[in-house]
Design a protein around this ligand. Structure first.
Ligand code: SAH
Length: 504
């Protein structure tokens, strides 16, 4: 069977800018050769068993030359494989995709080009700069800035480009920005003409500077804005002040936020933060381990229908309860309609609903004390109550229930353990703008990962944002300042507190 090589444009970095066709071939490929720039966020779409070759970095070797890349594509194509060559932006815009196409054609390998969204247009667009505008630019020219304007041997005629009245878009130009600006000004472009640079365009790390042709280099240097960036020269650059659509929709743009919750639960929070513009460092400091079955859990499962009140104090608890019932061939029908089911908050109620049980009671405050308040007025003397929860949970709820005469069965269904952390990620987290804590255990376990110096940096550096008063108290006891606390003790409440803190 003959193989096929797809030369795929990955788009500029925002994974949503991959084409539908690109996604289709990427998810089916059995080998993917990729460049780092623009493709990071997409590699997760590959089949888990796909061969992945980072052509920019080979283990223990220098980066592959273009000839080696061509040969690697030809070899895999001839071997009958389904190959994707994933390239940042568009494969035929300064991507050397054309050289790969020629090599494949010469070797008689079937191939296909899947164009992509080029950074030349999309990075400016994400910074609020249209490359054309009816009133100010009727053309745009895309040029590489890689060639030295001071050398005679170059192919780029900067003086001619200076005379074209439209927008000039320069890729790979940061290294020679000074020389390019000088050459353009010398050939007649006004020094005061608007000019912009957009670094890491369309990604969470996007930054941009809008200045003039004469001042752009200095202003980029002042804020440390370098490669990879797209430079836009022309009147359109000034429109960024009016069309800054992305900043308005993204109150966390430019901020790095650490997510400490367990890996299995982090993805929703991560996606929400990224949608608001944050760069997210996922540093799971805890992991959830189900407690092995024992007599307590057996009794609970057998007698679940006998309790008057069933209380769940976390989403994990709800999941674990139904997992245990399922292991014994039982489901939501094991509960009886007369039983009162209490969920500590909306996330727990949502998990219960997913298992087919509607919570009868969700307190106003999503903390253990809130449950006791919500039960005020109910006769608890002699009531049989199940509290299904984490091993390390606080005793307050159970003590409170017992204090009111309830007969409480407290069953630990899971425990939270410290997750091992990559030192690089810890370093990244300590340099972040904000750290989020979704439970006391996330506070304790992050601190457990840090040495003395790390703790001092955590206390002095990032803003600390907590989901609620118990988590805040744990943080304060550990010597941290809590800068913001969620008013509603949920993940959306935590995000709202983070956004308000960033704005203030
Ligand atoms: N084929 C690519 C360009 C490859 S050349 C495309 O169509 O976009 C590499 C240059 O592209 C970088 O030096 C930089 O100038 C630009 N570039 C690529 N991705 C970028 C991004 N996300 N933000 C800013 N510039 C980017």
């Amino acid at each position: 069977m003959s193989g096929i090589v797809h030369l795929v444009g990955a788009g500029p970095g925002d994974p949503g800018l991959l084409t539908v066709k690109g996604r289709e071939v990427l998810t089916r490929a059995d080998a993917v050769l990729y460049d780092r720039l623009g493709t990071e966020a997409l590699m997760g779409l590959c089949r888990p068993d796909a061969e992945r070759v980072d052509v920019g970095k080979q283990p223990g070797r220098a980066k592959m030359t273009q000839d080696q890349i061509n040969a690697a594509l030809v070899e895999r194509g001839l071997a009958g494989r389904r190959v994707v060559r994933l390239k940042g932006g568009d494969p035929f815009v300064f991507g050397r995709g054309s050289e790969e196409a020629e090599a494949l054609a010469a070797a008689g390998v079937r191939y296909e080009v899947v164009p992509g969204v080029t950074s030349a247009i999309s990075a400016p667009a994400y910074a609020g700069i249209p490359v054309t505008h009816r009133a100010v630019a009727t053309s745009f020219t895309v040029v590489t800035g890689h060639e030295d304007p001071a050398k005679g041997s170059e192919q780029t005629d900067w003086a001619a480009l200076a005379r074209v009245p439209g927008t000039l878009v320069v890729l790979m130009g940061m290294g020679r920005l000074d020389g390019i600006a000088r050459a353009l000004i010398a050939a007649g472009r006004p020094p005061g003409q608007p000019a912009a640079a957009v670094q890491w365009g369309t990604t969470p790390r996007q930054r941009s500077v809008v200045a003039t042709l004469a001042t752009l280099k200095g202003e980029c240097d002042a804020v440390g804005l370098g490669s990879p960036a797209v430079v836009v020269i022309g009147e359109v650059a000034a429109l960024a002040a009016r069309i800054a659509w992305r900043d308005a929709a993204r109150p966390l743009a430019g901020r790095t936020v650490v997510v400490t919750r367990a890996r299995a639960q982090a993805s929703g929070l991560r996606a929400d933060l990224e949608a608001l513009g944050a760069r997210v460092v996922e540093l799971p400091v805890i992991r959830i381990r189900p407690i092995p079955a024992g007599p307590e859990i057996e009794r609970m499962c057998a007698a679940i229908g006998d309790f008057d009140l069933v209380v769940l104090t976390s989403a994990n608890g709800a999941d674990q309860l139904f997992a245990r019932l399922a292991e014994r061939g039982r489901d939501a029908r094991a509960l009886r309609p007369e039983q009162v089911v209490v969920a500590i908050g909306p996330a727990t109620a949502e998990r219960l609903a997913a298992h087919g049980v509607r919570a009868d009671l969700v307190p106003e405050r999503f903390v253990a004390e809130g449950i006791l308040d919500a039960l005020t007025g109910r006769e608890l003397a002699g009531a049989r109550v199940l509290v299904a929860r984490a091993r390390e949970a606080r005793p307050d709820l159970v003590d409170g229930l017992r204090g009111r005469g309830a007969e409480v069965a407290e069953v630990a269904l899971y425990e939270t353990l410290t997750e091992d952390a990559d030192p690089g990620l810890v370093e990244d987290a300590l340099g972040a703008d904000a750290v989020t804590f979704t439970s006391s255990s996330t506070v304790r376990n992050l601190l457990a990962l840090l040495d003395h110096d790390g703790r001092a940096r955590l206390a002095a550096g990032p803003r600390i944002v907590s989901i609620g008063p118990i988590t805040s108290a744990t943080a304060r006891e550990a010597g941290l300042t809590v800068h913001a606390e969620a008013a509603e003790h949920t993940v959306p409440g935590l995000i709202a507190a983070l956004v308000a803190d960033a704005a203030g």
